[in-house]
Every structure is written in C-alpha cells, then in structure tokens.
Design a protein around this ligand. Sequence first.
Ligand SMILES: CC(=O)Oc1ccc2c(C)cc(=O)oc2c1
Length: 287
Amino acid sequence: MTATEQLELVSANKVHGGWLKRYRHRSGSLDCDMVFAIYLPPQAEQGPVPMLWWLSGLTCTDENFMQKAGAQKKAAELGIALICPDTSPRGVNLDGEDDSYDFGSGAGFYVNATREPWARHYRMYDYVTEELPALVKRHFPVDGERESISGHSMGGHGALICALKNPGRYRSVSAFAPIVNPMACPWGEKAFSGYLGDDRAQWAQWDTCELVKQASKSGTERQELFVEQGESDQFLEEQLKPERLEAVCAELDHPLVLRRQPGYDHSYFFMASFIDEHLAYHAKHLL
Ligand SMILES: CC(=O)Oc1ccc2c(C)cc(=O)oc2c1
C-alpha cells in the first residue's frame, strides 16, 4: 500500500446480512478518482471469502448491477463477495467524451487505449485486472486466490477477454449478452478505432472470438465460457452475434455453454432472471 492510498466510504447498506459499500479512491492507472461497489456477504466477518468480479455494460456505473440484478441474496447464501467497478474513467474532461452513449464516459470497453487523447486515462483493462484487484485484496477480507468474473454486454465482452487474456487467473467466467466479436460490430468498431486506432492486429488482442483462436494456437488452457443470451434481445443480430462465438468454439473445440433464453431482452430483467444460476455456477468453481 502506498503511504497516500485512501479509500473514502461513499455509502453503506446492510443487505441480506452482508454489507454493500461504495468507495471512492484515486486510480493511478486511470489518473482520476473512481468509485467502486463491493458486497461483502455475512461470511466475510469470519474470514476471507472468494470474489466475483462483475463488469457492467454501456452507460452503467458501479451502481446498476448492485441495485437491479438482485444478486446479493444468493451471494450471501453462498458466501461470495461481489465487486463492481465503474465502466470508464470519470471527470477527466476529454473533448468528445460525453457526445454519445457508446464511446467515452460509461463506455471504456475494458481496453487499454493507445490513441490520444484517450491513452492517458482510458486504461480500464489495467484497472479491472490489476489496480482494483490489488486494492481490494489489501483492504477487504477476500481470498485473492479465488476469483471469478462475469458481466453484461460490453461488460460481458470485458469478462470474457479478461479470462482469455489471463489463463488460470479466474476460476470461472460467465457473461450475459456479451459483445463477442467487437472487431466486427458497430459498437466495437467505433470503440476500437477511437481507443486503438486503425491497426486491426491491435484490435484482435481485445476480441473474444480472436482470443479463442489465439488460445487454440498457443495451446493454453481452454477454460469453459458460460454465456446467457436472450432471444428477444434488441441488439442480438447487429451487435452481439453469439453465433460467431459458437462457430469459433465449435471449430476449435473450445468449451462453450451458450444458453439461448426465449423472450428475454437486453435489460436487467434478463440478468435478474438468471443471476442466481450464474452465481451457483461460479460457486462450483470457487468454493
Ligand atoms: C441499466 C441498464 O439498462 O443497462 C444497460 C442498458 C443498455 C445497454 C446496452 C445497450 C449495451 C451495454 O453494453 O450495456 C447496457 C446496459
């Protein structure tokens, strides 16, 4: 811990016997103040508990998942901490940052930007895989050896790339309606050209379908990917394209559980309907 590291408590609410807390801190990797949310189940009072990282989607903050998914009851039953970062740097005042919902504020895409003016602040990959985990392990009763990761949409893309880029790090990975091939959909093309520039070889380092191909070539461990997808999702055909992940995984024999759920859309009602099953899935790997 650095001598100046400070965690400012923003709010605290008791939920299902545990505590949901929000903290503000100075992020070195993003060079700005950030807020994150952590739910500590009642078991954390007895000793370190395993962690599930939740990465949220476009327009979200640390709050949406904790307020809308209804995950705390099951997390309390299982004894799993939930940690939810914000989705982009905040308050850095870059030109064009607030012009649209799918780029800039609330849309960090969990990459490390290499293009100016984004490169100094938009390093969400380093933030969610290195800086914030180290901080959480220093300050909270969590077991740093037992972590899993999940997320929704842009955050589902984030969860999948974090797991694929760090074989052996996460005990399990799941995603709701993830953007599985951002190199080839409008949201991803806009974000990657803005944050990374024109070099598509760089883009491939942040694309789930491409990372599955790379894992196959390099012979690294093939971790199962668990994906939940609503069939009435309004972004299914244009942005999410789960059939591309299905095809790549089938071709390369990468384990994938893709569940298509009739009638469900892209909203938090969809996540609230299946979050308990995802928590139980992660618990099998964490406990
Ligand atoms: C709270 C909420 O509804 O979150 C939400 C809405 C829409 C989207 C879209 C369109 C994409 C995404 O990545 O996340 C997301 C999250």
